[in-house]
Write a protein that binds this ligand. Sequence first.
Ligand code: 3AM
Length: 176
Amino acid sequence: MSRSSQRLFLALWPDPRLRTVLHTYAQQLQSVFGGRTVAKDNIHLTLVFIGSLSSDRIDGLRKIIGSLRAQRFELDLVRAGCWKRSQIGWLAPERVPASLNVLVSQLRNSLSDARILFDDKPFIPHVTLIRKAKCKSKADLPGIRLGWSVHRFSLVHARTLSTGPVYETIDEWPMK
Ligand code: 3AM
């Protein structure tokens, strides 16, 4: 990737208190699935993965996204699981709030209008807590019921250092 482009994604970023609870739960999941826990500061829910975008297009992207109106919602993270193919241990809501689906549709439409490419696989909201997981089909998972009041979303720059991924928030927007 050239230095004049950045690897980007849009995400929901939990506040520090919630990140701490999620990270503690990640350690419990790790005792079942092995693998490595996602660093506490890196825990998030991806809305749209954009990938590499030329740096000179980022201000335009921020303007477009900043013009959207999104509604706050409550996310109940109650379902834990593991995907064999991606080796990911995750936490997810039982029910996807309509406002979350609307937000993702708005973001995808805005990106399409601006001719910005993104990963258009079906949206399956989840918080990745474990990577390189050894998934078991009959795992007895520790229970959890976590309420997340979502009132902002973020544009994030992803970098990979020798020590692992580093995520830097470029901009964030409140929800009404
Ligand atoms: O939050 P999760 O783990 O679901 O897997 C990457 C992570 O998602 C995903 O973007 C998030 C932040 O890195 N990601 C990374 N490369 C990707 C790609 N090429 C990707 N998603 C889709 N396509």
